[in-house]
Design a protein around this ligand. Structure first.
Ligand code: GRG
Length: 299
């Protein structure tokens, strides 16, 4: 585990996902060209590809091959990208920059940005249904995957979390509410990425449950460290202004718990994620390294 080269692994996996997205996502053409250009603009704006990478890694833990589940892994990234495009809109977070570049609506206008998000979300399900079908996955398994992704993305997951976030902006909220919000807004799609990977990789019910539990701890650790980075992170690397979440009156962990307790909470969730993996062999080393990286990342 100590010898595991996380940097190299992440770079290689990002390249694999980028190449698959490039190959599978439609090339802008025809009268609909602008919406595909806007979708591609955000899809290739420099994201870390965390969700597809986690999905591929979970599949490998249970003996699956990354190549066989690339369409589903890409679908998760497309849903993530749609959520960021819509999150940045004036009606939501009203951000002009993301990852150091103008946001989609700043580059293409609001209407096309909304439609680009809609297109990414809709096509994601085509990637799972048609793309995975071409890789010979049985229809009943793909229906299960679609159910998992729907639950994680819709009102029971990310959309629900976003609603709570928006509606709590000028309200006093407690830590439990903030945690509930983050479990839905950020955690649901992250843990679904693990669940989908484990399911398509051929995992048993027990293995899928364990990897989903890793994903739940990972999701919370990711969000808490994201909140900490808003204050302590390398703003230049993150392409954002330090303290911008707090300036927007966001309910972050450091605001509610203080920095020390937030760091303790992040550590506890990383430990929870590591413990979930305790019965897996070295095939789980990428997941172990990614979880531990959360505690030292700068962006
Ligand atoms: C609009 C339905 C809807 C939902 C939006 C995910 C989300 C909900 C909003 C994003 C707000 C945000 C910045 C949350 C913090 C955690 C987070 C999801 C960070 C971005 O994810 P990364 O770091 O992004 O994986 P990259 O840029 O690497 O793709």
């Amino acid at each position: 585990m100590n010898d595991f080269n996380l940097k190299g692994y992440l770079a290689e996996r990002k390249q694999m996902v980028d190449a698959a997205l490039e190959r599978l996502f439609p090339v802008p053409a025809g009268l609909e060209k602008s919406v595909l250009e806007a979708s591609r603009y955000s899809l290739f704006a420099g994201g870390k590809r965390l969700r597809p990478i986690l999905c591929l890694a979970a599949a490998e833990v249970v003996g699956g091959t990354p190549e066989s589940i690339l369409p589903a892994a890409c679908a998760l990234e497309m849903i993530h990208t749609y959520s960021l495009i819509h999150d940045d809109l004036p009606a939501m977070d009203n951000d002009d920059f993301r990852r150091g570049k103008p946001t989609c609506h700043k580059a293409f206008g609001e209407a096309i940005a909304i439609l680009a998000g809609d297109a990414l979300l809709t096509e994601a399900f085509g990637f799972i249904a048609e793309g995975q079908m071409q890789k010979d996955f049985p229809a009943d398994k793909l229906l299960k995957v679609i159910g998992i992704v729907v639950k994680a993305s819709g009102y029971r997951g990310m959309v629900g979390g976003q609603v709570i976030d928006l509606e709590s902006e000028n309200q006093a909220v407690d830590v439990a509410t903030v945690e509930y919000m983050h479990i839905h807004k950020t955690g649901a799609l992250l843990s679904a990425s693990l669940e989908v990977g484990a399911l398509l990789g051929g995992g048993t019910e027990e293995q899928i449950a364990i990897l989903t539990r890793y994903g739940q701890h990972f999701g919370l650790a990711f969000q808490i460290t994201d909140d900490i980075l808003d204050i302590e992170g390398d703003a230049a690397l993150m392409g954002k202004t330090p303290g911008s979440d707090i300036a927007k009156n966001k309910k972050t962990y450091p605001v509610l718990l203080g920095m020390t307790r937030s760091k303790e909470a992040a550590l506890a969730h990383v430990k929870g994620a590591m413990e979930a993996l305790s019965n897996f062999d070295e095939k789980a080393d990428p997941l172990r390294a990614i979880a531990q990286y959360l505690l030292v990342r700068k962006a």
